[in-house]
Design a protein around this ligand. Structure first.
Ligand code: ZN
Length: 444
């Protein structure tokens, strides 16, 4: 296998992964400037790069950090260089609008440029800079769209800062509570953090947008999983962003002497927890579909080698695109827990602690993405998103769709995160085609 560094230095190496004849059967009537997109992503990668590092060393560009501030300034300069006017809302999101009829709602597209600590150069970055490319491609081709085209840089997507993910699009979607701006992280309040990026926490409610604020929303993003890479498919059409049902489970057994208590008389909470963990795996595997189930946290009391565990606490989460499937998995889990409690002579309580509803992608937007990919000769396949995205929030306001491009090896949230430059351009051109298809149809 080719090393990552040499892979990066070989322009166009990724094209080898696909039969060249299958591509570009039909010339698009307009296309993004792939070289400029690459150049911008390379320049962006210097904001938050480890000292002495290279592109391959990734970035640490946590929201509201100095690297985030300078990267945002870079983006604003690039927007201005395209002769469009950036606007920053009260939450710090950067918008820029081009063309269209003034009485029509805008088609919105974009992503984020904040990263996790030790993150990669593609998560969010690609979708944000591809959005600017789409506008510039439309300008260059002198296409008059019916709807204004609006790009967005969502200010705070990763959950590193303040422990909240998709935080800035969440505000836009109206999820805003009293005291939100007073939360403290890293020695600063959220209000002051938002002030740092030129937002306005005193008028934060002005960032909230209503249903129908936009005609539709599209986001290009790296897959962050390995489905497209394994299948050798360049374009993923996201069917929706999975919902999450998370349970807190407490198992009460009886702590007792590990030497003197016969096996038949034990009420071992950890044995029950182990059986339940396997049950979660089996339930998620037992049905058709792409649902997943995970026990990610387990603690045992008294946690001593010579004591039978008297108490165990664990988390269970199920993820799927269907709320009904999530409910059925929860019911099946309760039934299994009751049986395990009986077998192990323990008491098991399950509490549904948090639920994130699934956000289905709009069928019309999915169709436009499929058509756009086909028009430039790119195979595509449908898939769910197992990770959260800003699109999940904006789905509450208007029809939403997402385009995925392959992550090499399915790696993300790591400096080793990689999407070939060809796939970046393919994704950006598919975004361009989908935006124009949606605009041409008038409706989704
Ligand atoms: Zn992202």
């Amino acid at each position: 296998m080719i090393s990552r560094r040499s892979f990066l230095s070989l322009a166009g190496a990724s094209a080898l992964a696909f039969p060249a004849t299958a591509w570009a059967r039909q010339a698009p009537r307009s296309a993004v400037n792939a070289a400029r997109l690459r150049n911008r992503l390379e320049r962006l990668s210097t904001h938050g790069r480890p000292p002495g590092g290279t592109f391959a060393d990734g970035v640490t560009r946590v929201a509201y950090s100095v690297a985030d501030l300078t990267a945002r300034a870079f983006m604003i300069d690039e927007i201005k260089s395209a002769d469009i006017v950036p606007r920053i809302d009260a939450a710090g999101n950067i918008f820029a609008r081009y063309g269209g009829q003034p009485d029509q709602p805008a088609i919105l597209f974009g992503s984020h440029i904040d990263s996790v600590p030790g993150g990669g150069n593609f998560d969010g970055d690609l979708g944000t800079f591809a959005a600017l490319e789409v506008i510039q491609a439309v300008q260059a081709a002198k296409i008059q769209t019916r709807h204004p085209l609006e790009m967005v840089l969502w200010a705070h997507e990763e959950s590193t800062a303040f422990g909240i993910g998709t935080a800035a699009s969440r505000i836009v979607a109206g999820d805003l509570k009293a005291g939100d701006m007073d939360r403290v992280w890293n020695g600063m309040t959220r209000g002051n953090a938002i002030r740092r990026i030129a937002g306005n926490p005193d008028q934060i409610e002005t960032a909230v947008r209503g249903k129908g604020a936009w005609h539709s929303y599209l986001e290009l993003h790296i897959e962050q999983g390995g489905t497209l890479d394994r299948a050798g498919t360049p374009i993923g059409i996201v069917e929706g962003i999975v919902g999450i049902h998370r349970y807190d489970v407490v198992i009460e057994g009886m702590a007792n002497h590990a030497g003197t208590t016969p096996m038949g008389e034990r009420q071992d909470a950890l044995v029950a927890a182990s059986a339940l963990t396997l049950a979660v795996r089996d339930l998620a595997r037992a049905r058709q579909g792409q649902q997943v189930g995970t026990v990610g946290r387990l603690s045992v009391e008294p946690n001593s080698p010579n004591v039978i565990p008297g108490r165990a606490m664990l988390s269970v989460e199920f993820r799927d695109l269907s709320e009904a499937v999530l409910r059925e998995l929860g019911e099946a889990l309760r039934a299994r827990a009751a049986a395990i409690a009986g077998e192990t002579r323990t008491a098991i309580t399950l509490e549904l602690a948090t639920t994130n509803p699934p956000a289905p992608a709009h069928s019309g937007v999915q169709e436009a993405i499929g058509q756009a990919a086909q028009a430039i000769g790119l195979p595509s396949r449908k898939l769910p998103s197992g990770a959260g995205h800003d699109a999940q929030m904006i789905a509450a306001l208007c029809p939403m769709g997402m385009i995925f491009v392959p992550s090499v090896g399915g790696i993300s949230h790591s400096p080793r995160e990689l999407t070939s430059w060809d796939d970046c351009a393919r994704g950006a051109n598919t975004l361009l085609g989908a935006v124009l298809a949606i605009d041409g149809r008038g409706s989704v």
